[in-house]
Design a protein around this ligand. Structure first.
Ligand code: CA
Length: 332
């Protein structure tokens, strides 16, 4: 069975040099230390490879195609004047690799979201000229979530081009991280992971997806599609509570929250290979809205394919999750 994984990452060494030069001037010492901590990862990991190392790993794991997005230190984080050329550079670099391996790689655009009009233009260029199949946003931008009105042109463009927007988690706003995840009895290294990939950025991404729905964006853009990882970043587990406590009478939306979510949102595992996580999410969403992902190269495991094949769902559902939904949603 063909297998397409759709939340896979790369980083560019040259893009990261510029990113670090700009970001280290404007962030707090704590954030600067975190960004600099990635240098070793970038030097030693497969993340900057868009050729033989990646393809060998895919072959070993039985992955036919990766849909690739930018990883940490995403150029979208920068002020617009720096982000505009740097996102273009990152997208061009990924596009060149896709041209070399068109059967194995596809790509999501990185966008200079600090200038939403320029971001919409870059998305159009990425889809129409580079052949990209979507856009990936990492976290929020400068303390603002993407449901805020200034970002509307990006989603309007995504709908017009008929490409989905992947909401990847990012480090929560520093004030939020300090309030929720720091404590005198919690060691700093625990706090950092607690605030991010240990738990906090999943809550943040789930809230972000809820905000998109509660903002009513799908009334304005009825064909907009969003993707979210980590089995829906906790939200599908809470459908019943949300529908009961934030009903249409409160939201002013024409349908229950979960109905809008099931129609417009697609979820992936992002390498969380656990049945306890998978089955409630798949049951909550239906197999038509579940796609596969590994989170290469951050997650290191060899059962990317076997975990899907061993799930207690039908063969036909496995085919949809493994590749048919990806082919339809991303136009592969
Ligand atoms: Ca990821």
């Amino acid at each position: 069975m063909k297998l397409i994984t759709i939340e896979e990452h790369y980083m560019s060494k040259t893009v990261n040099e510029t990113y670090m030069r700009v970001m280290t001037q404007i962030v707090s010492p704590a954030v600067r230390a975190r960004l600099e901590g990635l240098k070793g990862f970038l030097a030693n990991s497969a993340i900057s490879d868009l050729d033989g190392v990646r393809i060998a790993a895919m072959d070993k794991q039985g992955v036919d195609m990766q849909v690739i997005s930018y990883g940490n230190n995403n150029p979208m984080d920068l002020p617009a004047d720096a982000a505009i050329p740097l996102c273009r550079q990152a997208n061009d670099e990924l596009a060149a690799a896709i041209r070399c391996h068109p059967a194995r790689f596809a790509g999501y655009a990185a966008l200079p979201v600090g200038d939403p009009k320029a971001a919409a233009d870059e998305l159009s260029r990425a889809v129409n000229e580079l052949g990209f199949v979507g856009v990936s946003l990492n976290g929020s931008y400068n303390g603002r979530f993407f449901d805020e009105p200034e970002f509307f042109p990006i989603f309007q463009q995504a709908e017009k081009l008929d490409v989905p927007v992947y909401f990847h988690p990012g480090f929560p706003n520093e004030k939020v991280a300090d309030y929720y995840y720091k404590g005198e009895n919690i060691p700093q290294e625990v706090s950092t992971v607690f605030a991010s990939y240990g738990y906090g950025w999943h809550v943040d991404a789930g809230i972000h997806m809820m905000r998109m729905i509660l903002s009513g964006i799908f009334d304005k853009l009825p064909n907009l599609k969003l993707i979210t990882g980590h089995w829906g970043e906790l939200v599908p587990y809470y459908f019943d509570r949300i529908d009961e406590m934030i009903p249409e009478a409160t939201t002013g939306l024409d349908r229950p929250f979960s109905e809008i979510y099931r129609e417009h949102v697609y979820i992936t595992p992002s390498g969380i290979a656990s049945r306890n996580s998978a089955m409630p999410a798949i049951n909550g969403m239906g197999a038509d809205h579940v796609l596969w992902s590994h989170d290469f190269p951050y997650v290191k495991r060899d059962n990317v394919r076997d975990f899907l094949m061993d799930l207690p769902i039908s063969q036909e559902e496995k085919e949809r999750v493994a590749y048919k939904n990806a082919e339809t949603l991303l136009g592969l």
